[in-house]
Design a protein around this ligand. Sequence first.
Ligand code: CA
Length: 235
Amino acid sequence: MTIKDKILVVEDEKNIAGLIKAILGASGYDVITASGGAEALSMISSHCPDLVVLDLGLPDMEGTEIIRAVREWSSLPIIVLSARSYERDKVAALDLGADDYVTKPFSSAELLARIRVAIRHTRAGLDNTALANSGRFTAGELTIDYNKHQVLIGGENCHLTQNEYRIVALLGKHAGKVLTYDTIMRELWGPQSKGGNQILRVNMANIRRKIEKNPAEPHYIFTEVGVGYRMIEGD
Ligand code: CA
């Protein structure tokens, strides 16, 4: 890393803020901290961090309000780091536009890995859009051929249905990221398609039967229970 990526850590508990700062600093990041929401928003505008690690329970506002405010003008990657482990908190944060959600107590290796993924994604963001209509995505034996609308395993066409292909293509476009059920439904079946997760489950079962060696232990598309699906990162 010649130019250091700058990370803003928003955390009101001093011990935790210090710990995160030490972990990130040791990995070569430039770290700045804010202990409240208003301070965080002003630092985001003035310091232009490359990524934000965000606690949800802050003294002056909810972390979700920060996500909402930032998403009005920026796609800056935000990783929520929270003790709240309820599905509804995760879903709310991801739906508002958080890029990832890590639950406390956290492992430093996991946090660092998720930060690397989120930063890489912003870098690749422009290319990802192009990938939707052309090009290929590969991860191990899996190839998504966006020109031919085919998914292949070891070079063999998996013969996905149109809906199955669209789900895999969308996940491939956002590889490494969790897409919520609602996001997938909205993207593929329009804004009115609410609560039809059953369609997704059925399609995913068929997809896994076609692309996974053992559908019960998927290698390519993972289920984030109660939240959504995530495609493995590409090669
Ligand atoms: Ca807190």
